[in-house]
Design a protein around this ligand. Structure first.
Ligand SMILES: Nc1ncnc2c1ncn2[C@@H]1O[C@H](COP(=O)(O)OP(=O)(O)OP(=O)(O)O)[C@@H](O)[C@H]1O
Ligand SMILES: [Mg+2]
Length: 324
């Protein structure tokens, strides 16, 4: 899959002028998002989720680090280009739906198309199509302020998708609706991801919301703590970062990475089960043959077929399975 966005080593410091204090909201976070992926950033209040999303969506520049979006560094983009980027390449949905309260559902969506100079007939057609897809076409003339929380989020999503963005960023998109409505919204997001291939990046404090995504990354105090779900690339994780299993106690690891780990499993990685569903992988120094022999109390022998080193106690080679 093609990488859509690559955030590298982001730091963000908020300076408070009044109290002469500063808050380090992000402490070196990196994330790659593939085209068509559905990712959530999960973490408790104050962990840095909104800060991270705002930087990734070009709403704010980080104190340090880079964000490559389609290979363009948006952290260094001139302001006018950044405005165009926000208008065309990303769509935003916030907790409150961020609609204009005194405009109708229709106008909220159509206006974002007007900004791009789309002719009225086309605007009308596209707006109605989007409202229909989101299941709120019948509410088109209702003022945003009179819509229910769930309807507001659907209209906000229609608006976010209006200009065919490459990425939808949503900050607690189900934060203000009841459980049943949130499930319906989450199913709608999932369906759009599967059918249209829309790339989603959400922030949430809820594991339930995160459970709908392909992958979720966990922020704690400005740092990534671990990842859940599928397609977790261990090679991209920091060396001592935790890998967290999904609710079925499964970690899905791409085959190429599995190969890499399997070959070195015995010698390079220390695997420690911390809690029921948390594993800590930490690298063991690349020990010399003598050190391993001393530590393990075994001799190291080389497999005659694949030349991988094995313990002399092993009955078969850990790589190719050759019997000793
Ligand atoms: N404008 C600001 N000025 C100063 N500090 C800020 C500002 N915005 C956020 N912070 C601080 O930065 C840290 C991260 O905040 P952020 O809003 O990114 O967290 P969050 O994970 O989105 O939290 P929540 O779940 O409550 O929305 C917090 O300690 C917060 O107090
Ligand atoms: Mg937030």
């Amino acid at each position: 899959m093609r990488t859509l966005l690559s955030a590298k080593n982001l730091y963000h410091i908020y300076q408070s002028r009044k109290k002469h204090t500063s808050v380090v909201a992000l402490k070196g976070v990196s994330l790659d998002i593939d085209k068509g992926e559905y990712i959530t950033v999960v973490g408790p209040s104050g962990s840095g989720k909104t800060t991270f999303l705002r930087i990734l969506g070009g709403l704010m520049r980080p104190t340090a680090g880079t964000v490559l979006f389609d290979n363009q560094d948006i952290t260094k983009m001139p302001e006018e280009d950044l405005t165009m980027f926000r208008r065309n390449d990303v769509g935003f949905v916030f907790q409150e739906g961020n609609l204009q309260p005194d405009l109708s559902a229709f106008k909220n969506v159509a206006n974002s198309l007007a900004l791009n100079g789309i002719p009225y007939q086309f605007r009308k057609k596209r707006t109605m199509k989007l409202l229909k897809t989101m299941g709120v076409a019948h509410r088109k003339d209702q003022l945003a302020v009179r819509l229910s929380g769930g309807e507001r989020q659907r209209v906000a999503l229609a608006r976010a998708m209006a200009n065919n963005p490459k990425l939808i960023i949503a900050d607690e998109p189900t934060g203000n609706v009841d459980y049943k409505t949130s499930v319906r919204l989450l199913e709608l997001f999932r369906q759009l991801n599967k059918t249209v291939g829309m790339t989603f990046l959400f922030a949430t404090h809820s594991n339930h919301v995160a459970g709908y995504a392909d992958r979720s990354v966990e922020l704690r105090d400005g740092l990534f703590l671990g990842q859940h779900g599928q397609n977790i690339d261990l090679a991209k994780l920091d060396m001592t970062r935790m890998v967290i299993m999904d609710s079925n106690n499964r970690i899905t690891i791409p085959e190429s990475i599995m190969e890499q780990i399997k070959n070195n499993l015995e010698f390079l990685w220390n695997i420690e089960v911390l809690e029921k569903n948390k594993i800590l992988l930490s690298p063991i120094e690349d020990w010399s043959k003598e050190e391993i022999e001393k530590e393990e109390g075994v001799e190291i022998i080389e497999c005659p077929i694949c030349h991988i080193e094995n313990s002399s106690k092993a009955k078969f080679c850990i790589k190719c399975g050759t019997k000793f």
